[in-house]
Design a binder for this molecule. Structure first.
Ligand code: COA
Length: 182
């Protein structure tokens, strides 16, 4: 399903409460490596700290006035042409095509605006929704870190997936999604 009415904004303090609301949802707590519990106050401080960062870029995605999810790139290296991808979608609208659209948008932005070459991500073994999204889009498994991370009460395997941006051709124009919205 296409999500043509999605609008992209840079992450700022204005969206801290919505980020916290979504990061408190059980499906997101189970999928995202974020220290819990989250708070609006700490998230606002984090927003201030990332404004000038050149090694990460963070976005909020809206449909009308509703925040649908958050995604971004961290550990951006212009020398290597690489970055790591993250994403989380509001639990109530998961499975409706937002994750696919947002991942495609970020890959196009990484290629056309940032001039990057390769995007990597880490996903916990067993996160089937995320794994099938990434495999559908064309990410490949590069390796598995066994019992690598302490996560929600146990050591979990972490899969490393990546995609070369030369292989991405989704005909999306990343610049068309900044206008509209609030
Ligand atoms: C993983 C996540 C980002 C996917 O976003 P989404 O909006 O739900 O996904 P979409 O509706 O765009 O679906 C795209 C593909 O993902 C897969 N998918 C989505 N939900 C799925 C589910 N519950 N089970 C299996 N596969 C699923 C399918 O392959 C789907 O393709 P299809 O529509 O052709 O079947 C979202 O579920 C999420 O935010 N989860 C919690 C946080 C998280 O785990 N983030 C990733 C950390 S690595």
């Amino acid at each position: 399903m296409m999500r043509n009415n999605i609008v992209v904004r840079p992450m700022t303090k204005k969206y801290a409460p919505e980020r916290v609301r979504i990061l408190r949802q059980p499906s997101v707590i189970n999928g995202v490596f974020m220290e819990q519990p989250v708070s609006v106050e700490k998230t606002e401080l984090w927003c201030d700290s990332i404004i000038k960062s050149t090694v990460r870029t963070d976005f909020v995605f809206l449909e009308g006035e509703a925040v649908v999810g958050f995604s971004g790139l961290v550990n951006i290296s212009h020398k290597n042409g690489t970055a790591e991808f993250y994403i989380f979608i509001d639990n109530d609208i998961q499975g409706k095509g937002c994750g696919r659209f947002i991942t495609n948008w970020l890959l196009t932005f990484a290629k056309d605006e940032l001039g990057l070459r390769k995007i990597t991500l880490f996903v916990t073994a067993g996160n089937e929704a995320a794994l099938s999204l990434y495999e559908n889009i064309g990410f490949s498994l590069e390796g598995t870190l066994l019992k690598h991370s302490w996560f929600r009460g146990r050591y979990v395997d972490r899969l490393i997936l990546s995609i070369f941006l030369d292989d991405v051709n989704n005909e999306l124009n990343a610049y068309e999604y900044f206008h509209g919205g609030v």
